[in-house]
Design a protein around this ligand. Structure first.
Ligand SMILES: [Zn+2]
Length: 303
C-alpha cells in the first residue's frame, strides 16, 4: 500500500486559441471578441479591424494577396507522397493524406507558383497549414527545391511563405533530409545572386524554422506569429513551467535579432515589392513573353 504518493499536477495549458476562419456570415475575433462581417474580413485580408489580429489563411488566399490581379501559374501540384514507411500512428498516414486532400483540395502542404508581384516576375511557394499542419515531407521538400531551381533557371527572385508545424514525422528521416536539400538549393540561389525573401506566418516551427524559413536574405514575419523550433507546449512540458507572454512571437524574435521585420499583412505586398526593387529586380516588360506555361505538370515521384 502506498502511503505517500507524489501526485504530478498536469501543467496548465491555455485553451487552444488557434481559430481558422469558419464558414458563415459572421466571425468572432478570437483576440478581441469583436464580431466581424465575413466579407469585411476578406476585404481586410483576414485581419481584425479592431485589434489587428491576423487570422490564419490558406495558400490560395495568400497567393491572391501577393500576386498582381490575383493571377498565377502553379507547378508540381501532381506530386504525391508514396508513404515510404507505410506509417501508422493513431491512424494510417495514407488516411491522413486523403483527409488532407479532402480538406484543402491539394495533394500536399504546399502551393508552388510564379506570377507578378508589383510587375516583377517572382517565384512564390506558400505552405498550406490545413494539410497535416503544413508539415514538410518529401513532396513539400521536392516542390520547394524545384521552385528554387526554376528561379535560378529563369533568374527570378523567390518568396517562400511558411505556415508549418515542422518536418512530417510520418516520413521519418526522409522528411528531415528535406531541410538539407532545400538549404543546398538556397545556397545555389545565393551563388546565382538571386534574392530570397522568407515570410514567416503563424505558426512557423520545427524543421521549417530550422532550415529555409530562417535563411532568407530578408526574414519578414507577420505580427504575433508563433515562430520557434520546439513549440511552447513542448518546452512547457519539459521545464514544467508556464512561459511568459509573447515568448516565441514575432515581436520577441525581432527584439532578439532573429528576424528582420514584423510587417502587417495589409502592408506585406508593398514591403515585398520594395525589397525586390531594392535588390535590383525589374518589372517584366509588358509584351515580353510571359513565362512559358509548363507543357506537362510533372508527376514523377519525388527524389
Ligand atoms: Zn480583434
Amino acid at each position: 500500500m502506498t502511503w505517500f504518493k507524489k501526485v504530478r499536477k498536469p501543467i496548465e495549458t491555455p485553451a487552444d486559441k488557434s481559430v481558422r476562419v469558419p464558414e458563415g456570415l459572421w466571425v468572432k475575433c478570437p483576440s478581441c471578441a469583436e464580431i466581424l462581417y465575413n466579407k469585411d474580413l476578406v476585404a481586410s485580408l483576414h485581419v481584425c479591424k479592431k485589434c489587428d489580429h491576423h487570422f490564419r489563411i490558406n495558400a490560395a488566399d495568400r497567393l491572391r494577396m501577393l500576386f498582381d490581379d490575383g493571377e498565377w501559374q502553379e507547378y508540381d501540384g501532381g506530386l504525391l507522397s508514396t508513404d515510404p514507411l507505410e506509417f501508422t500512428d493513431t491512424k494510417p498516414y495514407k488516411d491522413r493524406l486523403k483527409a488532407g486532400k479532402k480538406a484543402t483540395g491539394r495533394r500536399d502542404a504546399l502551393v508552388s507558383a510564379t506570377g507578378r508581384i508589383g510587375g516583377i516576375e517572382t517565384v512564390v511557394a506558400a505552405m498550406e497549414y490545413g494539410f497535416i499542419g503544413g508539415s514538410m515531407g518529401v513532396v513539400v521538400g521536392e516542390m520547394i527545391t524545384r521552385a528554387i531551381e526554376r528561379a535560378i533557371e529563369r533568374r527570378l527572385p523567390v518568396v517562400i511563405v511558411s505556415a508549418s508545424g515542422g518536418a512530417r514525422m510520418m516520413e521519418g528521416t526522409l522528411s528531415l533530409m528535406q531541410m538539407a536539400k532545400i538549404s543546398a538549393a538556397l545556397a545555389r540561389l545565393d551563388r546565382a545572386g538571386l534574392l530570397f525573401i522568407s515570410v514567416l506566418t503563424d505558426p512557423t516551427t520545427g524543421g521549417v524554422t530550422a532550415s529555409f524559413a530562417m535563411l532568407g536574405d530578408l526574414n519578414i514575419a507577420e505580427p504575433k506569429a508563433l515562430i520557434g523550433f520546439a513549440g511552447p507546449r513542448v518546452i512547457e512540458q519539459t521545464i514544467r513551467q508556464k512561459l511568459p507572454d509573447g515568448f516565441q512571437r514575432s515581436e520577441f524574435l525581432l527584439e532578439k535579432g532573429m528576424i528582420d521585420a514584423v510587417v502587417d499583412r495589409r502592408q506585406m505586398k508593398d514591403t515585398i515589392v520594395r525589397a525586390l526593387r531594392f535588390a535590383g529586380a525589374e518589372p517584366a516588360r509588358d509584351g515580353a513573353a510571359a513565362p512559358a506555361p509548363e507543357t506537362a505538370v510533372s508527376d514523377a515521384a519525388p527524389r
